[in-house]
Design a protein around this ligand. Structure first.
Ligand code: NAD
Length: 374
């Protein structure tokens, strides 16, 4: 079996799908690994390290695609590359199949077996394969650092000879994987942290990190789907939520927003009126920028200043920590490969919940139940 690692081509993309440490594990199993020249360069994994791990470096990108039995990447490769993949070969990457019907059709029609890293079920048994969580955690960490960096104030309380400085106040909206990591990081930097999420189960997690949970009265208890994701709030609930956030926004130095609802645009949590009422110099870091933003004034990929409030809409945050993001993605991938490989060969058992949900296309058919239902 030949495993191919291409260089990522996406804008802002600095990660690489497999790091040399994982390449060693694959070559030890008897697999051959080919790596496009400079594939890991942007994340500081150099070609020499891949060679030492037993991989062969290929100058020709097309050859990586046409000769790999198992092609592993972070983002979905461009169509022209997919056309080079042989029938029966396997692609594993973030596919976002529901949003990319044409790509799914292409993979199906070409007889490529495609697995989505975003489709790994969020169950305990699959935790070590869950790249969404490892990447979200990086985004959460980085969002707190960006907030701290953009703020013209200290985060911790400072007792200086010139007097005492009060700690900064950070409000985190949405306390999933990213939000919890943002809370933890802001706490470590010494800020006073408040957080809000519509899923009541999160309260305990927020409090265990030393932050205060903001309560919005009379929210539907059933705000969570079976999979643990959020449901969209009713219009009157959204209005109540905004009133509460408005009061807390006025007192915050940094607001970090991370709220997402699967398959829907990001919920609007911070309106322009709230921004207007924040004090000059305060900062909003909108992690939902790529999905339309949680703040009305966010511009994806930009930092804007409105009413003396800085609004940051970062793109591809995991890529900002490309070394560790690549390492963690690679570990998630290794766990998934271990699940699939039998005596060094990929094996598809669709009785298995992880294999079934993760596989989008196989032998010209759609496999993913999520995709079939839609
Ligand atoms: P996500 O990125 O889809 O959403 C981020 C957060 O935004 C969620 O906590 C959501 O409740 C919140 N949100 C949505 N609308 C909101 C609103 N209007 N106001 C405030 N907050 C709002 O979530 P995620 O981080 O991917 O996590 C989703 C779920 O998956 C969680 O229950 C998490 O515990 C679970 N999970 C389970 C596993 C596992 O068991 N292996 C792994 C990772 C995550």
């Amino acid at each position: 079996v030949i495993v191919g690692i291409p260089k990522e081509t996406g804008e802002h993309e600095k990660r690489v799908a497999l790091v040399p440490e994982t390449v060693t594990k694959l070559t030890d199993l008897g697999l051959d690994v080919i790596v496009e020249k400079d594939a890991g360069r942007a994340s500081n994994y150099l070609d020499e390290a891949y060679q030492e791990a037993g991989a062969t470096i290929k100058e020709d990108r097309a050859e990586v695609f046409s000769s790999a039995d198992l092609l592993i990447s972070i983002q979905t490769p461009p169509e022209e590359d997919l056309h080079r993949m042989p029938e029966g070969s396997i692609l594993i990457c973030f596919l976002w199949a529901l949003q990319h019907e044409n790509t799914v059709d292409l993979l199906k029609d070409r007889g490529i077996t495609a697995l989505g890293m975003d489709a790994v079920p969020r169950i305990s048994r699959a935790q070590n394969m869950d790249a969404l969580s490892s990447m979200s955690s990086i985004a959460g960490y980085k969002s707190a650092l960006i907030g701290a960096n953009e703020l013209d104030r200290y985060l911790p309380m400072m007792m200086t000879a010139a007097g005492t400085i009060a700690p900064a106040k950070v409000l985190v909206l949405g306390a999933g994987v990213a939000g919890l990591q943002a809370i933890a990081t802001a706490k470590r930097l010494g800020a006073v942290v408040e957080a809000f999420d519509i899923r009541p189960v999160v309260k305990e997690q927020v409090e265990s990190l030393g932050a205060t949970f903001v309560e919005v009265p009379d929210l539907d208890e059933e705000s969570e789907t079976e999979g643990g994701y959020a449901k969209e709030l009713a219009e009157d609930e959204q209005e109540r939520q905004r009133q509460v956030i408005h009061e807390h926004a006025k007192k915050s130095d940094i607001i970090i927003t991370t709220a997402l609802i699967p398959g829907r645009p990001a919920p609007l949590l911070v309106t322009k009126e709230m921004v207007h009422d924040m004090h000059p110099g305060s900062v909003i870091v909108d992690l939902a920028a790529e999905q339309g933003g949680n703040c009305e004034l966010t511009e994806a990929g930009q930092t804007t200043v409105v009413d003396e409030v800085k609004i940051v809409g970062p793109l591809n945050m995991p890529s900002m920590l490309a070394y560790h993001a690549s390492q963690l993605y690679s570990k998630n991938m290794w766990a998934l490969l271990n699940h699939l490989l039998e005596e060094g060969k990929p094996h598809f058992d669709f009785e298995d919940e992880i294999t079934l949900n993760t596989t989008i296309t196989h032998q010209g058919e759609i496999i993913s139940p999520m995709l079939k239902e839609s």
